[in-house]
Ligand binder design. Structure first.
Ligand code: SF4
Ligand code: SF4
Length: 141
């Protein structure tokens, strides 16, 4: 089941090609999407110029080998700087469209046991979901 969910998450952008609207998220000082070994898939079919990014190919569940942004040994994106993203004007499409509020809302549509499994298997990052929930509920940053 967990494998199926993970594959579903990975395949979502592949099976539903864009264009997608850019997200406007009040991230403030949050950098969670760029940390914690987050996987940022590069989507050539949606305009990402793979060779223009520091990248590596990894096994993506349900999608074979695919390119993702490189991460440092600490699990940060290699493009994360002191003040945030250092390639903001050319960030890959996944970075531009991701909204943790939508991710949290989609996550909550799953039954509780599936949600537990997703968190336990790290198919989703609970800190990103928690940030999405906090933004929806208007918690102070
Ligand atoms: S978790 Fe949400 S608030 Fe934090 S960086 Fe990602 S999109 Fe922005
Ligand atoms: S490219 Fe920029 S926005 Fe995307 S994960 Fe890296 S630092 Fe974050």
């Amino acid at each position: 089941m967990t494998d199926a969910l993970l594959q579903h998450i990975v395949r979502m952008p592949l099976d539903n090609p864009g264009p997608r609207p850019a997200a406007v998220v009040p991230c403030g000082s949050c950098r969670r999407c760029c940390q914690g070994n987050s996987i940022v898939m590069l989507l050539e079919q949606e305009g990402d110029l793979i060779e223009s990014y520091q990248h590596e190919f990894v096994n993506l569940p349900g999608a074979g080998r695919g390119p993702i942004l490189k991460r440092t040994a600490d699990g940060d994106c290699v493009y994360l700087g002191e003040s945030g993203c250092t390639i903001h004007d050319r960030a890959p499409v996944v970075c531009r469209v991701f909204d943790c509020r939508g991710a949290y809302s989609a996550f909550m549509t799953h039954p509780r046991p599936d949600r537990r499994r997703m968190v336990k298997s790290r198919a989703v990052d609970p800190e990103i979901l928690d940030r999405g929930r906090a933004l929806i509920e208007g918690e102070p940053r």
